[in-house]
Design a protein around this ligand. Structure first.
Ligand SMILES: [Zn+2]
Length: 115
């Protein structure tokens, strides 16, 4: 059986400095689902780092295997500590007493209305 070729899902300018040739973006089969480039000048460029994935996502025109952009599983790296990133607890406001001449009854305006 010939090795199945990963589908080309988009185009991206080659990441090699000084190359800049339009390359094919392909997506690896399997769990990683990583994107890589196949440059006509440089060949297959397949770094595994997140920076390269970001480069492709930032620079590629992805059309997906069926002509639609594909969601790409992104390795977010270290998960931020929820203790530090959680929004501060905001106390739930109780019934708010609305201040104003309609409620107060003793404002200048009410006195004016009452005569
Ligand atoms: Zn290249």
């Amino acid at each position: 059986m010939p090795k199945p070729i990963n589908k080309t899902i988009g185009n991206c300018v080659c990441s090699t400095i000084g190359c800049g040739v339009l390359s094919s973006v392909r997506k690896m089969k399997g769990d990683s689902g990583r994107l890589y480039l196949v440059c006509p000048e440089c060949g297959t460029i397949r770094p595994t780092g997140q920076r390269f994935q970001s480069y492709i996502l930032d620079n590629a025109e992805l059309f997906g295997p069926e002509g639609e952009p594909e969601p790409v599983p992104v390795d977010h790296g270290p998960v931020p500590d929820p203790e530090k990133t959680a929004a501060p607890m905001i106390p739930t406001p109780g019934p708010v007493k609305v201040a104003g001449f309609w409620v107060d009854g003793n404002s200048e305006f009410d006195n004016f209305i009452k005569g």
